[in-house]
Design a protein around this ligand. Structure first.
Ligand SMILES: Nc1ncnc2c1ncn2[C@@H]1O[C@H](COP(=O)(O)OP(=O)(O)OP(=O)(O)O)[C@@H](O)[C@H]1O
Length: 582
């Protein structure tokens, strides 16, 4: 992709974000015309003074004319100063405002993307897009776009003025133009792919750092710190390689541009000088040409850098667009139903796969009555977590249908449906906030009394009260400073406060000791009263909570009955149960 295409495709992607600020852009462009327009008057004034004032300075009135011209030059300098200030200010304001809007849109999109998107995405790469790529876009709007417009404006105007002054010399100066354009196109293409490679590598580097920090305990447990440092060094070297490749391209392009500039000066001096000597051209015109060339030095100096910047912005905008155009749940949220949920759940011939060639659920059918407690039981990898993730529509079933209160889940308003389903997952995630804020996550307006009540239900209140700052204790990203069991109990309290009709417990008692588990199970009995509950039972002790048990085997329902019946009639159930009992 050449320079202009990179520019066009960047602007096309960014246009929805630039559009609200088009008046600012127009104002900045107006200021730019003032800045550069006045610059062109200066050579004309110098040419005029050389040809008409200096030779006859002794004549009456000439000194006054010279003073007036000098005053004019000073006024132009001041005006240009004001215009350049306004121009830079407006471009930067637009850049910061667009980037703020872009970040908001990106964050909003990240909230609504399909769960499947996150199965594929790497956090470090997403972080890189949300920070580094956005930064490149900001640089593009703040000065890349300004420079690009000025380069075009200055070159076009200077060429036109040169033509007006002396078309023969102008054409001679521009003989080097095809070489110039070929170099730009050639390096622009290379810069675009080097920029994309650089940004991909930055994503990998960020992923590396993020995964290392997240998994630092595992690294330490395996005493692999030194190995990790070496691995990072290798990754960092690849980053260096990509960075060098990108900067080298600028280092190659810049000399070509400077040589072109030098060739222009040579032509003006040699040909122009010859024509002045032969009386074909005035000295003033020659001086004007030399000044024009000095004006051209600015665009030429920044062109290589600008080409790199525009191409980097093009691939950054493309990477950001990939996220912004990924399918999100809004596209699937066509349901309107928001009536109170009683909690009947029906699976009718449900099939599901993450990848078409590996079915995870096959023809799953069962009925759960409102308020019933059902445990999902099966060997690891049987599909239990997958099955429950279909109920809040984290994934759409690939066959059959799921009904809640007789209504297909697709007909329920998605945010409403999810707000009525409470989930306590195996891995408890707590936000970097106070314990109070973590519990009140679903209902930030909950009173202290309500928060303490659910904390008591979850058997965590007494512990919280032993902390110096009580409910206002800040916990880390992963609830640092809390045990696994304490984190889980906070998560249970969080779900209790949500007061859902349907409760999904992903073996939420797995990190608890036997005494606490018994206590919490008693509380859970109270909590589950009147709510439909599905418990993913990794451990047989969780089965005691259920009225009926679904035995899942390799994605199919083998049986669904009470514990007693299953123990008597189902050999798979009996085998797993007895093994775990031991
Ligand atoms: N996001 C995913 N992408 C691709 N495959 C997946 C994904 N999640 C799970 N699987 C696969 O689907 C199958 C069922 O996994 P699932 O987690 O539902 O089983 P499970 O019964 O809950 O297991 P466990 O008891 O070990 O938690 C497994 O083979 C697993 O590898």
């Amino acid at each position: 992709m050449d320079h202009d295409n990179a520019l066009r495709s960047t602007l096309k992607i960014l246009w929805p974000f630039l559009r609200p600020y088009r008046a600012h852009l127009a104002a900045a462009f107006g200021a730019m015309i003032l800045v550069d327009g006045f610059a062109y008057i200066v050579p004309a004034i110098i040419a005029y003074a050389t040809d008409h004032i200096y030779p006859s300075l002794q004549e009456p009135g000439m000194l006054r004319r010279l003073t007036a011209l000098s005053g004019g030059l000073l006024a132009i300098a001041i005006l240009r100063g004001i215009a350049v200030h306004l121009m830079i200010r407006t471009f930067w304001f637009t850049a910061e405002a667009v980037v703020r809007d872009l970040r908001n849109s990106l964050y909003e999109k990240l909230q609504h993307l399909e769960t499947a998107f996150y199965d594929q995405a790497r956090t470090g790469d997403l972080m890189s897009r949300a920070t580094w790529d956005i930064q490149l876009i900001r640089n593009f709007i703040a000065f890349g776009l300004e420079h690009r417009l000025r380069i075009t404006l200055i070159s076009a105007t200077i060429f036109a003025l040169m033509l007006l002054q002396d078309w023969r010399l102008a054409l001679a100066v521009y003989t080097a133009i095809p070489l110039f354009i070929a170099a730009i196109i050639h390096y622009s293409r290379k810069m675009r792919s080097a920029g994309a490679a650089q940004q991909r590598e930055m994503g990998r580097l960020n992923t590396h750092i993020q995964e290392n920090i997240t998994g630092i305990r595992i690294v330490k447990a395996f005493a692999l710190e030194e190995e990790e440092i070496k691995r990072f060094d290798r990754q960092n070297k690849r980053m260096l390689q990509r960075d060098l490749e990108a900067s080298l391209l600028q280092a190659y392009l810049n000399p070509i541009l400077l040589i072109t500039d030098g060739a222009g000066a040579l032509i003006v001096l040699a040909l122009g000088g010859f024509r002045v000597i032969s009386g074909d051209m005035s000295l003033g015109t020659l001086l004007a040409f030399i000044t024009y060339l000095s004006v051209m030095a600015f665009p030429l100096r920044i062109l290589a850098f600008n080409t790199a910047l525009v191409n980097q912005a093009a691939s950054a905008a493309h990477r950001v667009r990939q996220i912004l155009t990924s399918p999100d749940q809004h596209q699937r949220n066509t349901g309107q139903c928001r009536t109170p949920i009683r909690g009947a759940i029906s699976f009718q011939g449900v099939g599901f796969h993450y990848h078409p060639d590996t079915p995870v659920l096959k023809d799953v059918s069962f009925e759960i009555d409102p308020g019933e407690r059902v445990a999902l039981f099966g060997l690891t990898g049987a599909g239990k977590s997958t099955l429950i993730s279909l109920i809040p529509r984290f994934y759409p079933p690939t066959a059959g249908s799921i009904l809640i209160d007789g209504e297909n889940i697709e007909n329920w308003d998605l945010p409403y449906l999810r707000s009525r389903i409470g989930t306590v997952l195996q891995e408890t995630f707590l936000f970097s906030a106070t314990i109070r804020d973590n519990i009140a996550f679903a209902r930030p307006d909950a009173s202290d009394q309500e928060i303490q009540q659910v904390a008591r239900y979850a058997q965590i209140h007494d512990f919280i009260m032993t902390l110096p700052q009580g409910y206002h204790t800040t916990v880390g990203e992963y609830g640092t400073g809390l045990s696994g069991g304490q984190r889980q109990r906070i998560a249970i309290a969080r779900t209790l406060l949500q007061d859902p009709q349907i409760l999904i417990l992903d073996d939420s008692t797995s990190s608890l000791d036997a005494v606490t588990e018994r206590r919490i199970q008693q509380q859970l009995h109270t909590l589950m009263a009147g709510r439909t509950t599905i418990i993913i039972a990794q451990r047989v002790s969780s089965l005691a909570l259920a009225d009926r048990i679904i035995v899942l085997d390799k994605g199919t329902v083998q049986a669904m009955d009470s514990h007693e019946v299953l123990l008597e009639q189902n050999s798979l159930y009996r085998t797993i149960y007895e093994k775990q009992e031991v």
